[in-house]
Write a protein that binds this ligand. Sequence first.
Ligand code: ZN
Length: 82
Amino acid sequence: MEQSLNLCYECSTFPCTRLKRLDKNYQQRYHVSLIENARYLQNVGSDQYLHEEHEKWRCVACGSVVCLHDRVCSECGKFMPE
Ligand SMILES: [Zn+2]
């Protein structure tokens, strides 16, 4: 049976070419680094990481989740600039 990988950095080829390309794309478009995020997650652990991300992407107006791609709240539509 194939071993399943849940997290990017668990892969032996991390960061692979495909991820590097995607990371570059995300940095340009969304100013978010997937590789940095994965490394940070590896350092602090998933509990801490998820807690911080939850705070970071929480709408200041209604407390719902703000979309990374357009920085708009999924509930109230508030725009959250960086
Ligand atoms: Zn909102």
